[in-house]
Each structure stands twice: as C-alpha cells, then as structure tokens.
Design a protein around this ligand. Structure first.
Ligand SMILES: Nc1ncnc2c1ncn2[C@@H]1O[C@H](COP(=O)(O)OP(=O)(O)O)[C@@H](O)[C@H]1O
Ligand SMILES: [Mg+2]
Length: 372
C-alpha cells in the first residue's frame, strides 16, 4: 500500500482536506474578477488552495506561473510563456502559440503523447528590451483571456524583488495589469515581509491592488479528523494524543504535519494503533532522509551564526538580545547577534513573526537541538 500522506508539493484532489471558508472567499474573488493576494508561510497550503479553487471554476481556465528562482525580466517572461504553452489541451495550445508568437517561442506537441515541448531563450535577459518583452507577455496573456477566459496565478511573486531591476519591473507590471480589468490575478508568496513590501507599502505600485487573504494552517479539529481518516483507510489507527504531542513540539504548519504523518505511517504496520511513543522513531526517519541537507546548511554558517541558530532552536528565551539569550548562545555582542540573524534570514533558515525570529523548518530545529 502506498503512503497516503504527501508533503512538500501541491496536493491533488484525493489528498486535499477541504477548507470551506477560504475556498468560498477565494472563489468569490475570482468570480468577481477581483485580484487577490494570499499571505501565509511556506507549506501552509497556499498553492494547493489556489489550484483547488481555480480548477473547479467552470467558466475559466487557470494559468499558473511559479516565479521561484527567476532572476531576470527574461526569466519572468519565459515562465509566463511556458506556463501558458505547457498546457495539455491541444486547442488551447494552438491558440496560445499563435498569441505568443511575438515572443519567438518554439513549441511543439509530441504527436503521440500530446505533451508540449517548449523551447525559448530570450535575449537580452535584462535592460529595457527585456522589460518590454515582459510587458508583451502580459498583454498577450490578456489577449488570450479575451479569447478564452483565464485566471492568472503568480506564485512566489516576491521573487520579483530579488531581480536587480525589480522595482521598475513591478511598476511596469502593475501598469499593464491595471489595464486587464476583467482578468483576475491571484498573487501568492511565502515570504511575508517581501509580499507586504509589494502589497501593503503605500509607496509600492501594487499597493492595495489586490484583496488580501490570510492563510493559516488548517484548523485543528478538521485536520485531525482528516488525518485520522487517512490512517484508518490505510489500515492504521492513530491515538489522538499523537496530534497533541505534534502541536506541542511546535509542528503546526499543514505540510509539516503531513510530513510527520508520512513518517509515522512508514514506521508502523497494518493493523497497528500508533501511539505517542512512535514519534521519536518517526523523527529519526525524517532526520535520516534530511540530515545531508541539514549538514550542508550548517556547514555554510560561521561559528557565531551557528551559536545563534542553536539557541534559536531551543526556545523559550526572552528575545534575541536578552541576557539569557547571550548567556546561552555565548554570543555577547548585539551587533554580532544582529548580523547572524540577518544572515540566517537571508538564507531562509529563519523568518520573523512580528519581529521574533523563528526557524522555518521545525524538523531542522529539532535536529539541531538533538544532534548539535
Ligand atoms: N488542503 C490541504 N489538504 C491536505 N494537505 C495539504 C493541504 N494544503 C496543503 N497541504 C499540505 O501542505 C503541503 C504544502 O502545500 P502547498 O500548497 O505547496 O503550500 P504552500 O504553497 O503554502 O507552500 C502539501 O504537500 C500537503 O502536505
Ligand atoms: Mg506554494
């Protein structure tokens, strides 16, 4: 039997736990042609929610663009063209190819499988012409929408800020998108500070350009019973105390909870009732899979950064500049602590919740606490 728990990727219909309030809110925004922006940390379920709702709209087709690892205007343009063309629908593909021909894309459909293969390499990658190309791509998207109603999803949108000419790109994108009144755009991103810079800062061109939707973890009773059912259907029972323990350990994000359920499932046999004593074994299972990555990450850090990280991994403490934190970390200088936190944040190892640093991946935190 295959493991019924999946983590780290978008969940498909069979694995999706319904989120009625959020689905309703997002659907009504999409139906109204209203732009939306989703805020919520990594693995909380933003992409899964967006795609779940968008795929169920009868009148529009969702075109999905993930901007992760885009480093230039040309990368963004390419993502948009690919996102449109890599659709398995033949009629739509032909239409999209015609509409996007201005961008010199080469795209073919495999005659047997019908799978599209798109090749393009836009030059130049930056500068005025590259930004013009991006505008063209956005306008072509709108042309396509006029032929066939679309919903455009821009995921991990904060990545635009990481592009050297990001500010200019945002301004130009906004001016195009503003013209596309009937086309709903959904923006999403996991790095809250950056997403807020784009959508909540009054000097940003995207200020108040989309209705905000906060995505929290799936509420407990619903998620507990969803997970219990998945255990039950795959021949295992789970003691509800296991969930209490998981949350107590600070594992509270949707995808992180799925991950430990995945490990608990691996460590148990059909017919078994899983109790709290299984948790350590499940964690060891996760560490065995992830420790290479963890070790590589730790190896990138300077000694003072590692000391700060180790202390952050062992809460509670009274703020990162408190006497208590300094004593435990052995890093006494405020400036050194500040720099270490900044570097850990740049590496996405930690993020801040209302100014307080927190380790992004709880398993990495537990591993540090246990092994270092
Ligand atoms: N509605 C859901 N039902 C069940 N699991 C979910 C749901 N949404 C998210 N997850 C879990 O969280 C993981 C990450 O989901 P994803 O949508 O990629 O999050 P995000 O886009 O916020 O990073 C999924 O692999 C899955 O384990
Ligand atoms: Mg996502």
């Amino acid at each position: 039997m295959t493991n019924p728990f999946a983590y780290g990727r978008v969940v498909d219909a069979a694995q999706y736990c319904t989120r009625p309030k959020l689905q309703k809110a997002l659907k009504s925004m999409m139906d109204a042609g209203q732009n939306a922006v989703l805020f919520g940390e990594r693995r909380i379920g933003k992409t899964s929610l967006i795609l779940h709702v968008a795929k169920r709209l009868r009148k529009s087709r969702v075109v999905y663009f993930d901007f992760l690892a885009c480093h230039s205007a040309a990368d963004l343009t390419e993502r948009i063209a690919r996102g449109v063309l890599e659709t398995p629908n033949r009629t739509f593909f032909n239409l999209a190819l015609k509409v996007f021909s201005a961008l010199k894309v080469t795209a073919t459909l495999d005659p047997n499988s019908g799978v599209p293969s798109v090749s393009m390499s836009l030059q130049p990658s930056s500068g005025p012409e590259a930004v013009n190309n991006l505008e063209t791509a956005l306008d072509r998207l709108y042309t396509l929408h006029q032929e066939k109603p679309l919903i455009a999803v821009f995921d991990e949108f904060q990545q635009v800020l990481a592009i050297p000419e990001g500010a200019q790109i945002l301004a130009r994108m906004r001016s195009r998108i503003q013209m596309h009144a009937s086309l709903p755009y959904v923006f999403s991103g996991s790095i809250r500070e950056d997403m807020q810079k784009i959508f909540s800062d009054h000097t940003s061109p995207f200020y108040k350009s989309a209705l905000p939707l906060e995505i929290e973890a799936i509420e407990r009773p619903r998620f507990d019973s969803y997970l219990s059912k998945r255990f039950r259907e795959s021949g295992r029972m789970i003691d509800p105390a296991v969930f209490d323990k998981i949350y107590e350990m600070g594992i509270e994000v949707t995808g992180d909870i799925q991950q430990i359920c995945w490990a608990l499932w691996i460590c148990s046999a059909s017919g078994e009732t899983i109790g709290t004593e299984k948790i350590d074994q499940a964690l060891e299972q996760l560490f065995a899979m992830e420790s290479r990555n963890y070790e590589d990450t730790v190896a990138m850090l300077a000694p003072s950064q590692l000391k700060v990280l180790k202390t952050l991994a062992a809460p509670p403490f009274n703020g990162a500049y408190s006497a208590d934190f300094k004593q435990r970390s052995g890093v006494l200088n405020n400036q050194t602590i500040k720099k270490a936190i900044q570097r850990l944040e740049d590496l996405r190892i930690i993020f801040r919740v209302k100014g307080i640093p927190r380790i992004s991946n709880p398993y990495f935190g537990l591993w540090i606490k246990k092994k270092l």
